[in-house]
Structures are given as C-alpha cells and as structure tokens.
Design a protein around this ligand. Structure first.
Ligand SMILES: [Zn+2]
Length: 95
C-alpha cells in the first residue's frame, strides 16, 4: 500500500467515521469545506495525502458503503450529526 495513503489514513483515525470499518482497501478520504461543499477524494491522490498530513482539518474517512449513502444525501457531515451525534465541528465545519 502507498505509504502516504497509510499515513494520511492514520492521521484521520484509520477507520470510517460513521460505522468504524477499518478495512483499509475499502476506505476513502473525502473533504468538506466550511460551507459544506464536498470534494470526493480519488483513490490515489498523493497531493491530497500530503495536505492531510500537513493539516487534516476538513478531511474525513468513509468506507465504501457509508460513502454511497452519504453521497445520496449530499451532506455527509449532516448525516454524521443526525445519526451519530458527531458534530460537524469535528471536521472544522461551522454548523
Ligand atoms: Zn462505514
């Protein structure tokens, strides 16, 4: 596995923020900005991994299953808040 990817995942906790899955192959990193705009991470994105290691604010891990669900609703951080009680502030989002 890509070492930068491994490091970035570790910085972000190493598991899906919604269900806790930690099968690294299934995990994807996404980004949400302060306005709640979501940027979907690509599977191998060296630049993104470097940014995460510098400053992880706004980045979060979802597994393939949770990601599918959250994208259908467009606003992952709101789902997180509603379903898990995790506040968007965890991701640096003003809610
Ligand atoms: Zn999950």
């Amino acid at each position: 596995m890509n070492k930068l990817r491994a490091k970035a995942l570790k910085v972000l906790g190493g598991h899906c923020v919604m269900c806790g899955a930690d099968e690294v192959e299934d995990l994807r990193i996404d980004f949400v900005d302060e306005e709640g705009n979501v940027e979907a991470g690509r599977r191998d994105n060296t630049e993104m991994y470097r940014r995460i290691i510098e400053d992880s604010n706004g980045y979060y891990i979802l597994c393939a299953e949770c990601r599918k669900e959250s994208y259908e609703a467009m606003k992952p951080y709101k789902i997180l808040k509603d379903e898990t009680g995790v506040d968007g502030k965890m991701f640096g989002i003003k809610t």
